[in-house]
Design a protein around this ligand. Structure first.
Ligand SMILES: N[C@@H](CCC(=O)N[C@@H](CS)C(=O)NCC(=O)O)C(=O)O
Length: 204
C-alpha cells in the first residue's frame, strides 16, 4: 500500500487531496519533525514531509513532485494537474504563489507554538502580507468554482492555505473563506484534511 510520511501538514493535505480523488488507498506514518529519526532520514534525505513510498518501494518527496508522479504512475485515475498546457500553467502558477506564502505562515506557526518568538511588528507584517496575497488569490479565482475548469492541485493548494490561516487566526477576505468552506463540504475533497482522532500506522 502507498505510505505517506507525515500527517499534519498543508503539504500532506495536498497529497491526500490527490490520493482521495484518485481513489488510491494509503496509510500514514507520523514523523517527529522536532527530532528527526534515522528511520525518517533514510526515506527523506531532505528531511521534509511529505514523502511518499509507493507500493513497490519507490520513494518520492515534495508534494508537487508526488502529485505529478501519481498522475503519471496511475494514468487511469483522476488527474490533479491538467494536461492542457494553458490550464497546467495556470495551476502551477497558483501552486508557486501559495508556496511563496508559507514562509510567513511558518513564522506565525512557530511563534504560536513558542518555538521561535517574533516581534509584534514582524507578526503584523506577516498577517498583512498573507491577507494581501489572499486578495490576489480572490481576484484570480473571480466568481469561478475552480481555478481552472475542475478541482485540481491549484484548488487543493489554496484550500490547504485557508486551513492553515484559519488555525493561525489570520484575517482574509470572506470570498475565499466561503469558497473554501463550500469546497471542503464535498465528501472527497473534505477528506484531504486529517480528521480528529485519525491515527497513523506508526510514528517515527
Ligand atoms: N516544497 C515542499 C515543502 C515541504 C515542507 O516544507 N514541509 C515542512 C512541513 S509543513 C517540513 O517538513 N519541515 C521540516 C523542516 O524543514 O525541517 C513540499 O511541497 O512538499
Amino acid at each position: 500500500m502507498i505510505k505517506i510520511y507525515g500527517m499534519q501538514s498543508p503539504y500532506v493535505y495536498k497529497v491526500r487531496a490527490a490520493l482521495e480523488q484518485k481513489g488510491l488507498t494509503y496509510e500514514h506514518v507520523s514523523v517527529n519533525l522536532m527530532e528527526k529519526s534515522k528511520k525518517f532520514l533514510d526515506v527523506a534525505p531532505i528531511g521534509k514531509i511529505p514523502v511518499m513510498e509507493d507500493s513497490d518501494g519507490t520513494i518520492i518527496w515534495d508534494s508537487l513532485n508526488i502529485i505529478d508522479y501519481l498522475d503519471h504512475k496511475y494514468p487511469d485515475t483522476y488527474k490533479m494537474i491538467s494536461s492542457y498546457p494553458i490550464n497546467r500553467a495556470k495551476e502551477l502558477n497558483v501552486v508557486a504563489f501559495t508556496d511563496n506564502m508559507y514562509p510567513d505562515g511558518v513564522k506565525l506557526f512557530l511563534d504560536m507554538r513558542g518555538v521561535k518568538k517574533i516581534s509584534d511588528k514582524e507578526k503584523a507584517q506577516a498577517h498583512k502580507n498573507l491577507s494581501t496575497k489572499m486578495n490576489t488569490l480572490k481576484d484570480i479565482l473571480g466568481n469561478n468554482p475552480f481555478y481552472t475548469d475542475r478541482f485540481t492541485i491549484a484548488d487543493a493548494s489554496v484550500l490547504t492555505l485557508t486551513v492553515m490561516l484559519n488555525r493561525l487566526n489570520v484575517e482574509y477576505n470572506q470570498e475565499i473563506k466561503s469558497w473554501s468552506e463550500n469546497l471542503l463540504q464535498d465528501e472527497k475533497i473534505g477528506k484531504m484534511i486529517t480528521s480528529k482522532g485519525e491515527k497513523s500506522i506508526e510514528e517515527i
